[in-house]
Design a protein around this ligand. Structure first.
Ligand code: UD1
Ligand code: MG
Length: 456
């Protein structure tokens, strides 16, 4: 649903000093997606198309990352009200509603954004709607001063609060929705006479009240949603919350997770129904899993498409460009990269398959390696349908094995093999009858002689 009456401004100019990183804070990832992208995804999900990101530290990197979403530069950063004013261009002449979000608060849901906008447009017509929460530790948050009828009177920053106000447990999550008809004039009235010397967005509440506008507050249903990330430790906590959401979504969609806490999804993992996932499975970006697939324990999967009924693992690694066909079997210690394994084929043990096509129902024996790299360039291997590759075969690419061909175990295959033929490349086997027994007799005799020498 598109909402042309709303705009969003995502504040992301902060330095993120505590991350101790060369990467701008909002580009650190959760579930393989940058935090600022999580926020922009939720804004899009809420139907908002008019969006700007306020950048400062690492401006160019953040601008490149969020493109084509527009950015506004705030330099130097003088507070959250000053930051919103940096996006003045987005707001000039816009009289819809504006929701202000933080780029380092990636777990907010689209439902909460919608709820705030709905409240903004409710019959009470509040000029400002603030999102509140009750953190276990109120330490650094602004406190919400609410009157007897639940209307928001003011927000007082922790540093500016007296003991009585500091005892208030209801805090400002920072996310704010404002009537766009008033926003610019409210922001222009904000001063910087406070402990931090900053132009604070929170001041618009009192300014709005002084102009006779109502202000409202709504409490977020799940406090995890408004968790901000300022350090690597907090990034890990946010990742944990996000992973729990993805696991719950996977199970709700019809996947069985034997030990959910040990399975790591990516923000974009797509799962069908009746999938079984064993313990210790990690999904990187870009994975699609079809119906009825079984992924056994200890697999690492990235950029892969796994079709219906396939079985993968245990201990398999699927790398970008792996396309696993229907009913395919990929077994233990098998690595597949940029290759298509067609329906019903089997690669069950100890293989590397790269830049290859394995035709339908082909059987790739244990220890088969496609030698796809000569130190300079990659080359391709093509294995026809129904081919049988014996164990411990090296396929030196570029090479083609025709449909129905058989390659004898232990071969190094550097030339094409025609359809339905046998290729075997190994030295002729020598058999010396009785040699082993004669060898043992000889060796035993020698040992006996030595022992007699020692004791005699
Ligand atoms: C802010 C709120 C506080 C609330 C808390 C919730 C203000 C004045 N205070 O405090 O009431 O409890 O969030 O987490 O708003 N930013 C800019 N430019 C600036 C300053 C900040 O883009 O000049 C961005 C930051 O990158 C960050 C967000 O705005 O994404 C919030 O700024 P931050 O400094 O973390 O505000 P808090 O002090 O946490
Ligand atoms: Mg903060």
């Amino acid at each position: 649903m598109s909402d042309s009456d709303s705009a969003a401004i995502v504040l992301a100019a902060g330095k993120g000093t505590r991350m101790k990183s060369d990467l701008p804070k909002v580009l650190h990832r959760i579930g393989n997606r940058a935090m600022v992208h999580h926020v922009l995804d939720r804004v899009a999900e809420a139907g908002i198309e008019r969006v700007a990101v306020v950048v400062g530290a690492g401006a160019q990197e953040v601008t490149d990352a969020v493109s084509p979403v527009r950015t506004a530069l705030q330099d130097p950063p003088l507070g959250t009200a000053h930051a919103v004013l940096a996006a003045r261009d987005l707001l000039e002449g816009f009289d819809g509603d504006v929701v202000i979000l933080f780029g380092d608060t990636p777990l907010l849901t689209a439902d909460t954004i919608r709820h705030m906008l709905d409240l903004r447009r409710s019959p009470a017509d509040p000029g400002v709607v603030v999102l509140g929460f009750r953190p276990a530790d109120t330490a650094e948050y602004g406190r919400l001063i609410v009157d007897g009828e639940g209307r928001l009177q003011a927000i007082v920053e922790h540093r500016d609060a007296d003991e009585e106000i500091r005892r208030i447990g209801f805090c400002n999550a920072g996310i704010t929705a404002v009537d766009g008809r008033h926003l610019l004039s409210l922001l222009d009235a904000v001063g910087n006479d406070n402990a931090k010397g900053e132009y604070s967005l929170t001041d618009i509440v009192e300014i709005a009240r002084s102009r006779g506008l109502d202000c409202a507050v709504t409490e977020v249903a799940d406090p995890d949603e408004v968790m901000g990330v300022n350090s690597r430790a907090e990034l890990a906590v946010a990742e944990g919350v996000f992973q729990r959401r993805l696991r719950a979504r996977a199970m709700a969609g019809g996947a069985t997770l034997i030990d959910p806490d040990t399975v790591y999804f990516s923000h974009d993992t797509v799962l069908g129904r009746d999938i079984a996932i064993g313990p210790q499975v990690v999904f990187g970006p870009g994975v699609t899993v079809g119906d009825g697939v079984t992924i056994r324990a200890f697999c690492d999967i990235e950029g892969a498409r796994i079709s219906a009924g396939a079985v993968v693992g245990p201990f398999a690694r699927l790398r970008p460009g792996a396309r696993i066909g229907e009913e395919v079997s990929i077994g233990n210690f098998v690595e597949i990269k940029a290759s298509s394994v067609e329906a019903g084929a089997k690669v069950n043990h100890l293989s590397y398959v790269g830049d290859s096509r394995i035709g339908a129902r082909a059987n790739i024996g244990a220890g088969t390696i496609t030698c796809n790299y000569d130190g300079f360039a990659k080359a391709e291997t093509d294995i026809g349908e129904g081919a049988f590759i014996g164990s411990n075969t090296a396929l030196v690419a570029p090479v083609t094995i025709g449909p129905g061909a058989i390659v004898g175990a232990g071969s190094v295959i550097a030339k094409d093999v025609p359809a339905d033929s046998l290729a075997v490349e190994r030295s002729t086997q020598k058999v010396k009858a009785g040699w082993a027994e004669a060898f043992r007799v000889r060796r035993r005799g020698k040992r006996k002689a030595m022992q007699t020498d020692e004791t005699g």
